[in-house]
Design a protein around this ligand. Structure first.
Ligand code: SAM
Length: 320
């Protein structure tokens, strides 16, 4: 696996192995089965190839494979992938497990559906890396593909946040969670203390919080940041509705033309494009195809809101 310059909390395998029983109790695996049913009703993927990015122990990948989807589960934690492999063997399903960082996993135009479930997004200290992950997802999707990102939204957190909570787990371990918002309400720092037989262990982690709108923005324009759109060759992939050859050719010409044209020529081209919503979108952000336009989060919350009794309502799932 490629090394990244800075070592961050999620790269510590012992973080995941120590917290595994508390993060992934059996009920959470059971909840994923229902969650996947609802997700499929919501998204109606146009094919069977699914990318489960940051798949962990296969909570979502395995039920999807059982339903007949061809799933690739990508995760950077060897410990969790081994758990996933073992569970898939027990479930007698075939899944491709890939040990890779979400910043590096690229398999262009390979998936009809890409998932990032259970707050697996927003982990990087450098927020540009989150955008890079979104770009990778976009690159990996086939034309017309869909993406679901499931995170606890900032709006919900603002409403329910308690600085300290505690609960006793079935094996008698006490879990004390402390949360602190920092960096101008852009990030959350979490501290989990496990107290077992008089011994306490503390684990800390933090991540970026996105509101529905912020995530939407990054998907709409973050996938193709202004200025970068014209320089980055990958943006050409975004357009749909043409064959691969057409798409590459037409958009290369369009990119070149956009780079050369004067403001007057641009205005003329815009006038010729007309005023349909699609034309408008392509004028504002030449690389974004309507198929990546986010759905109304409220609508999606309704569709997926009851996926887990405790946290379902707070999760924002954006399907684009
Ligand atoms: C909270 S778990 C969610 C697991 C799974 N999506 C689920 O729904 O159960 C977050 C997952 O992200 C993975 N992860 C964290 N950082 C990653 C990275 N940079 N690249 C790939 N996977 C990463 C962890 O190993 C872990 O499996």
């Amino acid at each position: 696996m490629k090394r990244h310059a800075k070592k961050e909390w999620f790269e510590d395998e012992s973080f995941w192995s120590d917290l595994y029983p508390f993060m992934f109790p059996e009920e959470r695996f059971a909840a994923a089965v229902e969650q996947m049913d609802k997700l499929l009703q919501l998204v109606k993927p146009n094919g069977t190839a699914v990318l489960d990015l940051c798949c962990g122990p296969g909570r979502c990948a395995i039920p999807l494979a059982r339903l007949g989807f061809r799933v690739a589960g990508v995760d950077r934690t060897r410990f969790l992938l081994n758990k996933a492999r073992a569970r898939a063997r027990t479930a007698k399903v075939r899944i491709e497990w890939v040990l890779e960082d979400m910043r590096d996993f690229l398999r262009p135009e390979s998936f009809h559906l890409a998932l990032s479930m259970f707050t697996s997004f927003g982990y990087f200290d450098d927020k540009k890396e989150d955008v890079r992950v979104l770009k990778n997802i976009l690159t990996n999707l086939k034309p017309g593909g869909a993406c679901v990102i499931d995170v606890m939204g900032k709006e919900r957190i603002a409403k329910i946040l308690l600085s300290t909570t505690s609960n006793v787990l079935p094996d008698g371990t006490m879990l004390v969670q402390r949360h602190e918002i920092f960096d101008d309400w852009t990030r959350i720092r979490n501290e989990w203390t496990l107290i077992r037989k008089g011994r306490a262990t503390t684990r800390k982690f933090h991540h970026t919080l996105y509101s529905g709108q912020e995530l939407r923005d990054r998907m709409e324009w973050g996938w193709i940041p202004k200025g970068e759109a014209l320089r980055e060759p990958r943006w050409r992939r975004v357009r749909s509705g043409h064959s691969k050859a057409d798409r590459g050719g037409a958009e290369t010409r369009e990119t070149r033309r956009a780079m050369r044209e004067t403001p007057r020529a641009r205005k003329g081209r815009r006038d010729r494009l007309g005023s349909s919503a699609e034309a408008q979108a392509s004028r504002e952000r030449p690389g974004i195809s309507p198929r990546f336009r986010p759905c109304n989060p409220a609508e999606i919350l309704t569709a997926t809101g009851s996926t887990s009794a405790k946290r379902g309502k707070g999760r924002i799932s954006l399907s684009c």
